[in-house]
Write a protein that binds this ligand. Structure first.
Ligand SMILES: C[S@@+](CC[C@H](N)C(=O)[O-])C[C@H]1O[C@@H](n2cnc3c(N)ncnc32)[C@H](O)[C@@H]1O
Length: 239
């Protein structure tokens, strides 16, 4: 994602809206242990919620970010290294109430082995407490998409649809409900919040590991169990 202009707060406002919606939904950020999985220097959006949560862990692979990250998030527990490796460590198993994947766009990793949040989401079942919330970026309409055939192919494969150039909010909501189900997680609440140039949204979901006893009375009904029908929710692609 491009760095915003100096002094520009357009990155912080959408996260402030996400926090307001979480609080309105009865999620007590003040009791959360949160993880920023892709932390960079923390000042694009992490600083927006850092003071609201009880504890914050921030992980970043690039050592050149460390000094600024410590300065921007003075109370956070910061680790410099590969978040995918940290996520396999026992000390982090079932530790977090809120996990934020501010994923890079397109491909990344030493061998370009990762794409968007597609692989990162698989770390969720290990990192989250039996009930937890997740926030990540969904690129519903990638910019300059025609130039990147490999990205197009990876997105088609992940979303299991014939064309992932433009994803409707309905498809996205259904797809992730289905995807979390595949990861062994039940979705209790989910919403999209516009983030960047109308292409990238925050996806928020409150999740529960299957088989976990929860507060049944306050549960929203499960929206989806079956695989989403791409054509039904993407009129452009209906044939
Ligand atoms: C979009 S930026 C994150 C911005 C940040 N959340 C903020 O509030 O300022 C994505 C970051 O992910 C980092 N990253 C990429 N691969 C990583 C990995 N395997 N482990 C940890 N961090 C990684 C990149 O170095 C980059 O700093």
């Amino acid at each position: 994602m491009q760095k915003p202009a100096e002094g520009h707060n357009s990155y912080r406002v959408p996260m402030a809206r996400v926090c307001a919606r979480l609080e309105a939904a009865g999620i007590d950020l003040g009791s959360c242990r949160a993880l920023e999985f892709f932390a960079r220097e923390g000042d694009w959006h992490t600083t927006t919620y850092a003071s609201k949560v009880a504890e914050l862990d921030a992980w970043e692979i690039d050592p050149s970010c460390e000094a600024a990250l410590r300065k921007n998030l003075p109370d956070a527990c910061i680790r410099i290294g590969d978040s995918f490796e940290f996520a396999t460590q026992r000390e982090f198993a079932s530790q977090f109430d809120l996990i934020v994947y501010d994923n890079p766009q397109m491909f990344f990793g030493s061998c370009n082995q990762y794409c968007e949040h597609f692989e990162a989401l698989s770390t969720l079942p290990n990192l989250m407490k039996p009930q937890a919330a997740v926030v990540f970026n969904v690129n519903r309409k990638p910019f300059d998409y025609d130039k990147w055939p490999r990205w197009q192919a990876r997105r088609r494969q992940f979303y299991e649809c014939p064309d992932a150039a433009q994803l409707t909010p309905e498809f996205v909501m259904d797809f992730y409900g289905w995807h979390f189900n595949r990861l062994g997680l039940t979705t209790r609440l989910a919403f999209l919040e516009p983030r960047h140039l109308s292409h990238v949204d925050y996806f928020f979901a409150r999740l529960e590991k299957k088989g976990t006893a929860g507060i049944r009375a306050s549960r929203a009904p499960e929206r989806l169990q079956g695989r989403p029908d791409f054509r039904a929710t993407n009129p452009k692609n209906s044939r």
